[in-house]
Write a protein that binds this ligand. Structure first.
Ligand code: ATP
Length: 723
């Protein structure tokens, strides 16, 4: 007969035998080996297989100190108690709750009194009836009747005697009580002042009214309906995990195991419960996130309450499950700290939304290039406006705002503080925007030169700092450019390529020079958000999208696969988005909701601060833009000029050097890569080109084919704006 451990034994032996020997294993011998010390076996009998699992050494892994050093310490003081803002918010909620309850009941006091007075006769009847029953010892009656039915004379006599004694005593107490009561009433009637009489009678009536209440008609109703959130227990979590249809969990549970190993107790975490632990081997958190809806069904909680997450420092099978008391949408949001007062230092993180647990999430706008993507009507414009308002609150920041949708959503910011502001997709606006973008490119070049020329001790990291931004003479103040519906720019038949070229440059080199580009689009695809831009953006905000392609376009390649899926947001989840940036993993954030009047209020405050500091400029002052530095050059023509006929294939580094010679003020400092990225938007592909270096070595480097260049120029001339 097969021993029940044989399978396990085989599995263990498999690893040992694989590739090393092909002996037929004698199971009895092997079993015996399991019971003997493997070390002995190894030394004494070479034919017996060596066990794969060694007995645990006395000390496993790092020593005590090592384990202590690596231990994860839980917070002594919870986060919400450490943050003054969160403590204030929590206290304000509690205060508001009780103020509301007090007001609610105070207003209804007369109604409550009338109801109680009406119920007083019933209460009196109940009181009298109850007293009579008590005096007559009615509670013992069923026992006495049972004795009668059993015809048990001895028992009956015993019970009757006891009852007689009890009735006598209770009657005495009742009569005494009645006399005391009457005497008290008489004394009150004769001696007490009017108010005390009134209070006593009212108290008596109310007490009788309360005694006469019906169970199904409460006198006092609740002032607030508290959401009922049941406690999250391990049973509920296991039940839900077993119901989502992951085979490894189901198999474990069918064998009587849990299928999930809790690594910490289930605790309260903000306005919800947090459970964490290890999924079975091979199951990842992404597998669970994919089945979030089923998980919510298993937990019997609304979808908006259930947030399974991975923890970046743990293995991919470590699940952190946070279950909120209320859906993210319904949960009360703390007031935005910058709503009524305060200014911003763009070099520091600024709170712009809250996470599932109601904690502030901050964004540092400096040194980023951000993209915002979503399907229409999910709150993309509101989010962009919020970020621009944050920028507006740093008086040093120069704002360039473009609302290509043309509905005026960015006007509160634009009218109040923007240096450049454009609304609509008319040709005039696009020309204005293009001129501004060209000026920004020039500014970018100027800034790179300024930064390069600064001594190391002033500019140690070769990028703008808050101190450098303060020095107006250097002109390195933050510039924040926000474009809503940016696809209008990039898809424009005439200016699209140039917009793309400049925006790509701003995304790549802008952050270090203090220029921040924020682009929002409702159609995140390669045309509306060119890959040169989407791939280089450092910060991403993705509200609800419909599919994997859009998701990865906004959040970065493979995000969908890793379980970062903005497709899971519901239609009503406005303002809810995945936020990638600030050097951390994707986080779910509910952005602060500021409607147009609130936005106007914040913008007006921002304008006041700027006005005081004398930092208002451009559009906000009603100034027309200075004559725009249009393209004083044509890149394609310039490249054609430096690649003479006969030179069919040429290295980009050579083109860069020749361009720099041709127009040092424009192409000074260009390298081969600059040529590559500048030509890319025009559709000119860079390939491997064989050539000879200055010292005569034959080698292959990146370059272009002259025919491609000429073809693109011809197409452009034929169809103005095509390239
Ligand atoms: N953070 C938020 N919280 C709650 N509701 C919001 C939030 N942000 C936006 N909304 C609501 O969503 C609606 C749509 O917002 P918004 O105009 O920003 O969408 P959009 O994605 O820009 O749409 P479109 O693509 O049509 O421009 C707004 O009218 C607003 O009421």
């Amino acid at each position: 007969m097969k021993h029940p451990d044989d399978d396990e034994l085989f599995n263990r032996l498999e690893a040992e035998m694989a590739g090393t020997r092909a002996d037929v294993v004698d199971l009895d011998k092997a079993r015996a080996a399991r019971e003997t010390d493997p070390a002995d076996v190894e030394s004494e009998d070479p034919t017996v297989p060596v066990m794969v699992d060694r007995p645990a050494p006395a000390v496993t892994g790092p020593g005590y100190l090592g384990r202590l050093a690596g231990a994860k310490r839980r917070d002594v003081v919870p986060l919400w108690l450490r943050s003054v803002a969160e403590l204030k918010t929590a206290s304000a909620w509690v205060a508001r709750h009780y103020a509301h309850a007090t007001g609610y009941h105070a207003l209804r006091t007369p109604v409550y009194a009338a109801r109680l007075a009406l119920q007083a006769p019933t209460g009196l009847a109940r009181f009298v009836g109850g007293t009579m029953r008590w005096m007559a010892d009615r509670e013992g009656e069923p026992v006495r009747l049972a004795a009668v039915r059993r015809e048990d004379a001895a028992e009956y006599l015993k019970l009757s005697r006891q009852r007689d004694g009890r009735v006598r005593l209770r009657t005495l107490v009742a009569v005494l009580g009645m006399f005391v009561g009457l005497a008290l009433a008489l004394a009150l009637y004769v001696l007490a002042p009017g108010w005390l009489q009134a209070v006593s009678v009212s108290a008596l009536v109310l007490a009788l009214g309360a005694h006469g209440r019906k169970a199904d008609a409460p006198v006092i109703h609740r002032a607030v309906e508290l959401p009922k959130a049941s406690k999250l227990t391990s049973d509920i979590v296991l039940r839900a995990l077993g119901a989502i249809g992951i085979p490894a969990i189901n198999q474990a549970q069918s064998k009587g195991r849990d299928g999930f190993e809790f690594t910490a107790p289930i605790t309260r975490d903000g306005p919800g419960w947090r459970a964490e632990g290890n999924l079975p081997f091979g199951v990842t958190v992404t597998d669970v996130i994919e089945k979030r809806e089923r998980l919510a069904s298993g937990l019997r909680r609304p979808l908006g309450c259930v947030w399974p997450e991975a923890e970046s420092e743990e293995h991919p099978g470590h699940l952190v499950l946070w279950v909120g008391d209320q859906t993210l949408k319904a949960a009360p949001k703390p007031a935005w700290p910058l709503l009524k007062s305060g200014t911003v230092d763009l070099f520091k993180p600024v709170a712009y939304g809250t996470d599932q647990r109601g904690r502030w999430v901050a964004v540092t706008l400096m040194f980023i290039a951000g993209i915002i993507g979503a399907i229409p009507r999910m709150g993309k414009t509101f989010l962009l406006r919020l970020l621009l308002l944050i920028a507006a609150l740093d008086p040093r920041a120069e704002l360039h705002t473009y609302d290509m949708k043309g509905t005026g959503d960015l006007d509160p910011v634009g009218e109040a503080v923007s240096h450049r502001h454009g609304v609509g997709e008319e040709d005039e606006t696009l020309k204005y925007a293009l001129a501004d973008f060209r000026a920004l490119r020039e500014e970018l070049r100027r800034r790179t030169k300024v930064i390069r020329s600064l001594p190391r001790d002033i500019c140690p990291e070769s990028k703008v700092t808050s101190q450098l931004a303060d020095k107006r003479s250097l002109g390195l103040h933050p510039i924040v450019v926000g474009v809503d519906e940016c696809q209008v720019m990039f898809e424009h038949p005439e200016y699209g390529k140039e917009f793309e070229e400049i925006a790509t440059d701003l995304v790549k080199r802008g952050p270090a020079t203090g220029i921040v580009l924020l682009l929002a689009t409702q159609r995140p695809d390669a045309k509306s958000l060119p890959t040169g831009i989407s791939a280089n953006a450092s910060t991403r905000f993705c509200l609800k999208v419909m599919g994997q392609t859009e998701n990865d376009m906004v959040l970065g390649t493979s995000s969908y696969k890793r379980g970062v899926r903005a497709t899971m947001f519901a239609w009503g989840d406005k303002g809810l988005h995945y936020f990638v940036g600030e050097g951390s993993d994707a986080r779910i954030v509910s952005s602060t909701f500021l409607d147009a009047p609130l936005a106007e209020r914040v913008a007006a405050r921002a304008r006041k601060v700027r006005d005081k500091a004398g930092l208002l400029s451009g559009y906000a002052l009603g100034e027309a833009p200075e004559t725009v530095t249009g393209p004083t050059y044509d890149l394609l023509a310039d490249v054609a000029a430096v690649v003479p006929e006969g030179e069919e294939r040429v290295w980009n580094e050579r083109i860069a050097a020749r361009l720099a010679e041709l127009r040092p003020e424009v192409y000074g400092g260009w390298k081969g890569e600059n040529v590559t990225s500048a030509l890319k938007p025009h559709g000119i592909r860079t390939r491997d080109v064989a050539g000879t270096t200055e010292d005569g070595t034959r080698t292959t480097r990146r370059g272009i084919v002259r025919a491609d260049l000429l073809k693109t120029i011809a197409e452009r001339n034929e169809k103005p704006g095509a390239a």
